[in-house]
Design a protein around this ligand. Structure first.
Ligand code: IPM
Ligand code: MG
Length: 361
């Protein structure tokens, strides 16, 4: 029997509840496909700090490196905010990203027809939206140096550095061009080249890279304009490639096209094991209440099946199961709609798992 090792890192807040539902769905997928998923759990984020004094224990990094894929829930919570930066839950996530060399973060934004009314935007604006944000994940102010807060001339001064080498820009641009090729062949590169030199370089390098992909139509846009266009006319976009920080912000914004951040999966790829996680955070305010939406995590597991485990048919079944459950009128709290049946986190997981079991191939 084919066997895959999956490192499962639930993390904090709603992380454990939503990851549990994705595991449930993966269990059914394994049965259906006649494969075995060896799922090993590890601590990351605040949960790891509380137990081991570090947000990313060495053995968890080793587990991730030794696995075929990593499935992560979410990290963070108010109780860890007073900690030094190096010990915060977010450092666990950033440590995984850098330790695994995950430079490309793929955030697909797909509007499900049955959720059209769950979005605060007009149906005409969002119908049929299917765009992909390709966010650079290892550069920018997230990792740039110098950084920190220090005292100078009697006052505190805070510094972060937005920095990109041309090699870093070129490798993410290539990923984006290749992905655009497999879609509608339209790539938008987002920068702030009118103000920031680093993104002037970004624009130049993306343009140069584009010469090798003449079949892909390349456009450039300033980030502020893009933020506006995403709300005004998101249908104009196919693939968007951008920096770490702009991608962080634009992907939260774009998620609202789908009605809820709870619907947005993500995949992070690089040189080693890839990692799959919902685009949303740990939502500590609703943790443990069985109201969180597990669909972003379940859809992330589908991306894992497709991109890391070579199981595209099974990925499509999971995605179809999600669409079916939505069509049948089941909703979690965040996508509540008049006339729909509101179910809890675990029930939503059960429903998707049942459909995965029974849907025809
Ligand atoms: C995300 C999150 C993370 C980020 C945080 C939790 C560090 O917001 O994945 O978008 O900023 O990258
Ligand atoms: Mg974010």
């Amino acid at each position: 029997m084919r066997q895959y090792r999956i490192a499962v890192l639930p993390g904090d807040g709603i992380g454990p509840e939503i990851v549990k539902e994705a595991r449930k769905v993966l269990g059914v997928v394994a049965e259906r496909a006649g494969v075995r998923f060896v799922m090993e759990e590890g601590l990351v984020g605040g949960a790891a700090y509380d137990r081991c004094g570090a947000p990313l224990p060495d053995e968890v990094m080793e587990l991730a490196l030794a696995s075929d894929a990593v499935l992560l829930g979410a990290v963070g919570g108010p109780q860890w905010e007073p900690l030094d930066y190096s010990l915060r839950p977010e450092r666990g996530l950033l440590g995984l990203r850098s330790g695994l060399g995950l430079f490309a973060n793929l955030r697909p934004v797909v509007v499900f027809e049955d959720l059209i009314d769950a979005s605060p935007l007009k149906p005409d604006v969002i119908r049929g939206i299917d765009l992909l944000i390709v966010r650079e994940l290892l550069g920018d102010a997230y990792f740039g140096k110098p950084r920190g807060v220090r005292v100078e001339n009697g006052q505190r001064i805070g510094i972060n550095t937005m920095v990109y080498t041309e090699a870093e820009i070129r490798r993410i641009a290539k990923v984006a061009f290749v992905l655009a090729r497999g879609r509608r062949r339209k790539l938008l590169s987002v920068d702030k080249a009118n103000v920031l030199e680093v993104t002037e370089l970004w624009r130049d390098v993306v343009t140069e890279t584009g010469r090798n992909y003449p079949d892909v139509e390349l456009r450039h846009m300033y980030v502020d304009n893009c933020a506006m266009q995403l709300i005004r006319n998101p249908g104009q976009f196919d693939v968007i490639v951008t920096t770490n920080m702009f991608g962080d912000i634009l992907s939260d914004e774009a998620s609202m096209l789908t009605g809820s951040l709870g619907m947005l999966p993500s995949a992070s790829q690089g040189e080693k094991t890839a990692m799959y996680e919902p685009s949303h955070g740990s939502a500590p305010d609703i943790a443990g209440k069985n109201i969180a939406n597990p669909l972003a995590t379940i859809l992330s597991a589908a991306m894992m099946l497709r991109h890391s485990l070579g199981m595209p048919e099974e990925a499509a079944i999971v995605e179809k199961a999600v669409r079916t459950v939505l069509k049948e009128g089941f909703r979690t709290e965040d996508i509540r709609q008049a006339g729909a049946v509101v179910v809890g986190t675990a029930e939503m997981g059960d429903l998707v798992a049942e459909r995965v079991e029974t849907l025809p191939a």
